[in-house]
Design a protein around this ligand. Structure first.
Ligand code: ADP
Length: 474
């Protein structure tokens, strides 16, 4: 079975968040299970593309409205990632450094999707499934069904996975002309609230949509930035499949980015070595519980209330714990966190930026990982933390609810709280400080955590079963 995954991100080619981790791992595990899964993504002028060799496997000319676009399809020569990697390159439009945030993002992603469809259409390819990820490829399910250009592809099943339902990629009808000639009677399938909405259109037109955790499937009917009613209507077409983690990349016994490798059996010693390296680097003492936060500094992640909550905890429990933050995002939040660091220099350090190796070291060397997310479709950080024996402190939402059991409950191993509020975060910090005084108990919990299985094998199979369920309709 030949699958094309379409995505804006893929680790290690270009990563902003969890989307990259999933698209960089799922196809690899699907191929191990006997499928032929490939990834197609936009070209970025980044380290991976500069350091690896590519062949031009196709080139063509397409139209974005009246603009003529000359596109190339590049293929990574060695399949070293465990799958075929194809990049769509368009000089001046899809050949830049950053993944997001350009003013002509709408044009970029439409051009990406049209070039992909033109390529497989005109090179006579017939994949068994086209698997689209997030709104950047959300117009494909509509286009292959209702654009007159792609009638040959109309019966290919499309699967759409929602990694983040807050972002829709919506744009005005003034850009309708960018799409290849469509069946105008079907225009309503593009629409939500008077705009062209790629996420909504994908949910309406795909054969099946998935969310990255079962809880998130239900949550979208209550909170999805205006699409709640759509998710309510289409609920039966949806399925929640929790993400796995790439246990080859995220393995404390081999991870080259941490200070000392350790197996599950050496967890206590291994973590102590990494904590020592981390604390030395950030000038924190090793004898206190180290609570870390890694992630985008946005409201969704509850990052806006971390500084206030931690200030209160530092005042309530002087010198009782240390805090380390790695993240970037909202400028006001960055400022507040840097002010917190200045106010509590002995117990708090903050690194504003994106740093993959540092994230690995923090997972390995911290005692606790805080995730006060308001929205968390799956969340990978808590899964990495568990794998590295770091106890997750999470708000009960989305995938956090599906993957973390409170240590007060039977077979539990984490700290859960209900609200993204200062009170709940401070209470979770109190519990962490208390737990740290009972090292025996913490060790037992660590041993439970590292034995948990969040590998891709199980979830990759769920996707394969889903593909198979679409086969009879082919
Ligand atoms: P999201 O995709 O919503 O940002 P996820 O939990 O699904 O959140 O995935 C986040 C991924 O990005 C994880 O691999 C995490 O380690 C990584 N990450 C987030 N922020 C940073 C950062 N500042 N530096 C390094 N890695 C980061």
């Amino acid at each position: 079975m030949r699958i094309f995954h379409l995505s804006a991100e893929c680790y290690p080619v270009a990563k902003v968040g969890g989307l990259a981790d999933v698209v960089g791992a799922l196809p690899k595990y699907q191929n191990k299970a006997g499928l032929q899964a490939a990834v197609v993504m936009p070209y970025y002028d980044r380290k991976f593309t500069q350091e690896n060799e590519f062949d031009i496997v196709y080139q063509g000319l397409t139209l974005l409205g009246e603009r003529r676009l000359y596109y190339q399809i590049l293929k990574e020569r060695t399949d070293k990632l465990g799958f075929e990697l194809y990049l769509v390159k368009i000089p001046g439009l899809i050949d830049r450094v950053e993944v997001y945030s350009y003013p002509d993002e709408t044009e970029q992603f439409i051009a990406f999707q049209i070039s992909f469809l033109d390529w497989i259409n005109f090179s006579n390819q017939s994949p068994d499934i086209i698997h689209c990820h997030d709104h950047h490829s959300g117009l494909v399910p509509f286009l292959i069904k209702h654009s007159k250009v792609y009638t040959r592809l109309a019966n290919i099943p499309t699967v759409f996975t929602i990694h983040n339902g807050q972002y829709h990629g919506a744009f005005g009808y003034n850009k309708l002309g960018y799409l290849p000639e469509i069946d105008e009677t079907k225009i309503g399938l593009l629409d939500w609230a008077g705009a062209i909405n790629p996420l909504a259109s994908a949910v309406k037109c795909c054969w099946k949509y998935t969310t990255v955790s079962p809880s998130y499937l239900d949550e979208l009917t209550k909170s999805s930035n205006g699409l709640e009613y759509l998710f309510y209507l289409e609920h039966n077409k949806g399925q929640g499949i929790i993400n796995g983690i790439d246990t080859e990349v995220w393995d404390p016994s081999t991870d080259p980015m941490i200070a000392g490798n350790f197996t599950n059996k050496q967890i206590t010693k291994g973590k102590a070595k990494n904590k020592a390296a981390l604390c030395k680097h950030f000038e924190l003492s090793t004898d206190k519980p180290l609570i870390a936060f890694i992630g985008r500094l946005v409201v969704e992640k509850g990052a806006d209330i971390i500084a206030q909550a931690m200030e209160k905890s530092f005042i309530d429990h002087p010198d009782a714990f240390n805090l380390l933050i790695l993240g970037a995002g909202d400028k006001e939040t960055e400022k507040e966190l840097l002010a917190l660091k200045s106010a509590f220099p002995v117990n708090c350090n903050v690194f504003i930026g994106y740093d993959e190796p540092l994230a690995h070291l923090i997972y390995a060397g911290s005692d606790f990982l805080l995730m006060p997310s308001r929205v968390e479709p799956c969340g990978l950080n808590q899964l990495y933390a568990l794998r590295y024996g770091t106890l997750p402190m999470v708000r009960s939402t989305g995938g956090l609810k599906d993957s973390v059991i409170d240590f007060g409950d039977e077979n539990g191993y984490g700290i859960r709280f209900n609200n993204a509020s200062i009170f709940d975060i401070c209470h979770a910090v109190n519990r962490a400080i208390a737990l740290f005084t009972d090292i025996k108990k913490l060790d037992i919990l660590r041993k439970i955590m590292v034995e948990l299985d969040f590998s891709w094998d199980k979830s990759a199979n769920e996707y394969i079963n889903l593909y198979n369920s679409l086969k009879p309709k082919i």
